[in-house]
Write a protein that binds this ligand. Sequence first.
Ligand code: ZN
Length: 330
Amino acid sequence: MCTHDHHHDGEVLDEAEKELFHRRNVLQILAAGGAITLAPGALAGCATNPETGSKQFLLIGDGQLSQMAAQSWAAAKQQIPTSTDPRYTSRLANIGARIARGANKGEETWDYAVFEKDTKNAFVLPGNRVGFYKGMMDFAGNDDQIAAIMGHEVGHVTGKHAAERVSQQLAGQVVVQGGSAVAGSQLVKKCRTQGRARIAGRTEIPRSEAYAIQREYEQCVRGAQRNTQMLSAALGMGFTLGVVLPFSRKHEKQSDRLGAKYMYKAGYDPYQAVALWEKMAAENTSRTPEWMSTHPSPETRARELHTYIKYQEQLGSQGWESIKMPDEKS
Ligand SMILES: [Zn+2]
């Protein structure tokens, strides 16, 4: 049910909003806005991702996403020093290359960076750009555990999660803006045009009206900025804004499984992914409760991954083909 997938769970929409969500409207509006051109293949809107077996609502292509993420990647490398120590950089690049081959993406160009920060985290930006914080590499005791994180990040790439997230945000903007949504800077431009139109050709404007126009303009710009932030966050470009919108639980789960699969295909021990999450769980005692968080808890991830890997092994030669478990619908 792809047409209903492109907005967030739990959002209640009235009939008018549902109508706005109608794909054709979204496409027309985006096409009119022109700031974001649609991927040729995306006109279908809905396609099954061969890696995940799930249907996706996509309005934007990999090439354009990659272009948009280039700036964020450069900004990240400018804001946080990157390691030049081969014990980190070469190690990560070697593991990355093996995992990329495991994901049948060995022929593509990949960019890796190790950021000099204690944070136990890693991230991926569109265009095959994978960033690890030093703290993550130190915490992962062995190559297999680094490969587990790498596999997970590559899973976000093959799962086309960024494209799906951006498409959801774009579709969301249509509702936010009541049918006249365009992206970012275009929106600010529109505010200015609207404001100017109200004073055009007039020689005298009462003070109260001038205030009102000014207020409206400022409100309009704030709205536009919010939308820009949403779009940036959607792209994982939170570096300049200080906020990174996390992937959804569904995407996290898909990436965990794809990651284990790529580990297996690359000759790593997928159970080391379980070990890593267990270690993470032991480390993290005071944490946001799982129901409040967009990410599953480390305990849950470890348990679910264990079940998943065991099941693939049981399938024998049929294993590691699909990331769906038998009780899950396609
Ligand atoms: Zn993730």
